[in-house]
Every structure is written in C-alpha cells, then in structure tokens.
Design a protein. Sequence first.
Length: 329
Amino acid sequence: MQPTAERLRAALAGLTVAVEDASCRCAEVALPGYPDVSRPTGVVTLAAGELRGSGEHVAFAVSEQRAFRDEVVPRVPRGRGRLDAFVDAIRALTTKPYERAALEAAAIDLALRQARTNCARLVAVEPRPARYVLSFGVTPDPLAAIAAAAAGDLDVKLDVDPRWDERTLAALAASGRVVVVDWKGGGARDDHERLHAALPNALIEDPDPAGAPWSAGLRARLAADAAVASAVDVDAAAVPPAAVNVKPARMGGVLEALDAAARCARLGRDVYFGGMWEVGPGRQQLRVLAALVAPDGPNDIAPLTQAGPRPPRLRIDPTVMGFTGGAGA
C-alpha cells in the first residue's frame, strides 16, 4: 500500500476548490517564551458563499505580514478548479514559501469543507493521537525544562549548549525525556559525539555537516531540519539522515511537505512534523498531519496558547469538516 502521506497528497491535489474572495487579518499574539514577547501572525481566509478556509502566514516581522495582506492576498486567483492547479497559480503569484504555504493551507481547508470531508476521511485513515514534545531554546538551566516536561509526563526537544558539563549531561540522560537535541547547524565533531554518547537514543538534529564523518551510532540518530526546504532535499544530504523534520511552512505548503514525507517513507526514514511558532490554524493543521502521517514521532507541535495543563497527546476530531481537526492552538 502507498504511504499515507503519498495517498493524502494525491487526494488533496485532486480536490475541487472554488474561490470567490480572499482576505487576511494581521495580529500580534502575546506568547510566553517567544523571543519578542508578541508573535506577529496573519490568518488568510479564502471564501466561496458561506464557506471559509483558513491558513496561517508565519513570517516573523510585522512588515512582512502587512505586505502579504496588502500586496499578495488581493491578487489571489478567483475561480473554480482542481486544488493542484490553484497551487500552481499561487506559485506564479509569489515565490515566498510562507506566503505560498498560507494560501495553500487555506485552499485545502476550503476545498475539504466544500467537499464536506476532512483529511482522515479522504484517505480512510483513522487518526491517532499525536505524540509531541516540549521545545526549548538554549537555556542556562536545561534541567528546569526537564522539570516542566516531567510535570506533564512529556518528552523534550532542546537546543544544544556545547558548554553543558558532564553533570548536566548525566542529569539529562537520567531523566529519559530528551528525545531531540538541536545543534542549529553548529558544534564540532567532538561536541556532536560527546552529546550522542551521553544521550544515545536522542535524535541529533542539524549538527554542523563539517563534523562528518561521524560514528555509526550517531549517523543512526542523525536528523535533518533546516536543510530540507523541499522534497528533493530529502536526498540531497551528503550523510543521509535517519529522520527528517518536515515543516510545511518552510517547504511552501502542505503538498510539498507530504511529498517529502512520502519520500522518507519510501527510503525508510522516520518523519516528524515541526512548527514555525504558529499560533492559529497553522498549528491546528500540523496536528492533523501528525495524527495521520507521524503519530508516534517527536512532533514539535506543542500547544503554545492553550491555558492549563497540556494533554499527553494531541487528538483531532474525525467528525469535523475541513483541515483544522477541531484542535486548538
């Protein structure tokens, strides 16, 4: 049987979508832990009759959000046709991945609502509750991050600080909660190997490729993120990763992300979905993809604006039409 990602990609591409109007609302959302306190966001809406579809623009500057609203959204093509034809038209409209991804997601949401269906029904797959991690940037006290995760019995993704001493590494290992360590393209070979030795089961994401050749053990836990901006990038790394962090916003849309996930499935590589600080429908849509394609992966899609304790896994409602799955942000 074809991988779920491949079947979902083909089914979405073949949907019919009718677009009569397009609009965008820009806002800034207060977000604990976000570097600038308030996260700029733009929610684009495509409409036909009474039905609406939403997508989220994830650019990090207010000026980019407003330019998208004022210069791109008014020129969105109107009409009726296959969704993949609409995606092609969007590619001709803008080359910016975040803009294409927002418009494509809104078109998918609208097309699913017009067809009175959702992604799970479209491919006859029962969505499973999606595993996710709490993600932390470089912190002077990584053990505090572990404590926060332990309170909800969750796993952790940590940005690496090469200065972590042996005592800190031992404590991180003892917690059993660190499942991804992100080098952000940095570190030297000895740093990479030292961290892998301390956390042998964690994925080693984006170490500086100049550190290769790595040990066989590290290569078996190597994960790629920033370098994968399209499906063809899955094959481009000099050292093939064991896992790929798939980000629809970075890849310019869901269809390209599903192409990448399908390629990984064919090559026997693990997939997990990652976010770009989405605070609206984009994060909800990531959960739908994770629940169908990578329910057991260390998905970086934790609730960001949800008050109260975080659930152990993220569920979507298979009865809700459209692309948001009835999930909150």
